[in-house]
Unconditional design. Structure first.
Length: 256
């Protein structure tokens, strides 16, 4: 049930948010009400989940709820978008704010693509390294082991032979351990201290760390600029921006 709830309430992707905000900007600029804009988005969206979200927004707006509060109630919109739309309704700058958010999430989508590209090469190297190691332990070492029968081997070699035998005969234990680790990963990463340590280590990984610092800096500057321009106070803007960077360690540094 917890997994299903997470799937249902997962945040909308940056490209979806960009498209939504751009269309809201165009329609509100043309004099179309927010309720009608949501109805149009609902009827023109092929994705059933997103169409349902637009429908719920339309319903809440027609019942008199502000757009910012309606977005917050659904739980699928980023905190930055919620607060900027909330401020835009008060200031009467809905068209401009929606257009600014569309541009922000367009760049955010590009940033996410760059992050995936930056981590793709290390992932490929890790997979290749694991494959080679397993091939050596499961294929090569069992083939050469009979050649050393009756020979006194060094300690390191004996340890490697035992690891090879364990992987070959007790592989189910290794698989079970990996499954347990995958299942425990969300629980482990939900710990604030552990997540801070991991996110801090990412910043110091050769090559990747430098790229990630650039991405986090760009995301911080872009988010804070958009929030401040929409009328959000600087202190509140820093709190919201710290949670949009995507790095728990940097979040604590900003808030401190």
């Amino acid at each position: 049930m917890d997994i299903l709830r997470r799937i249902k309430n997962r945040k909308l992707a940056a490209d979806v948010l960009s498209d939504m905000c751009r269309q809201i900007s165009v329609m509100t600029g043309a004099g179309i009400t927010m309720a009608k804009a949501m109805e149009i988005l609902k009827n023109t969206t092929e994705n059933k989940r997103i169409a349902r979200i637009y429908g719920e927004l339309e319903d809440r707006i027609k019942r008199g709820y502000p757009i910012g509060d309606s977005m917050e109630a659904l739980g699928v919109f980023p905190e930055m978008a919620v607060n900027m739309f909330r401020a835009a309704e008060v200031s009467g700058q809905l068209e401009k704010t929606a257009n600014d958010l569309a541009e922000h999430y367009r760049k955010e989508h590009r940033t996410m693509t760059q992050m995936k590209a930056a981590t793709m090469y290390p992932k490929i190297l890790c997979i290749m390294a694991i494959t080679i190691v397993l091939f050596v332990f499961l294929v090569i070492m069992p083939m050469v082991e009979p050649l050393f029968s009756g020979v006194e081997l060094p300690l390191v070699t004996r340890i490697l032979m035992r690891i090879s035998a364990f992987l070959k005969h007790d592989w189910h234990i290794v698989v079970a351990g990996m499954v347990v680790m995958i299942l425990l990963e969300p629980i482990i990463l939900s710990n604030h201290t552990v997540k801070c340590v991991i996110d801090k280590m990412i910043l110091y990984v050769p090559i990747i760390g430098k790229q990630m610092k650039t991405i986090y800096t760009a995301r911080f500057a872009r988010s804070l600029s958009g929030l401040y321009a929409s009328g959000i106070p600087m202190v509140i803007g820093l709190e919201i921006t710290s949670r949009t960077i995507g790095n728990r360690y940097l979040e604590t540094q900003i808030l401190d």
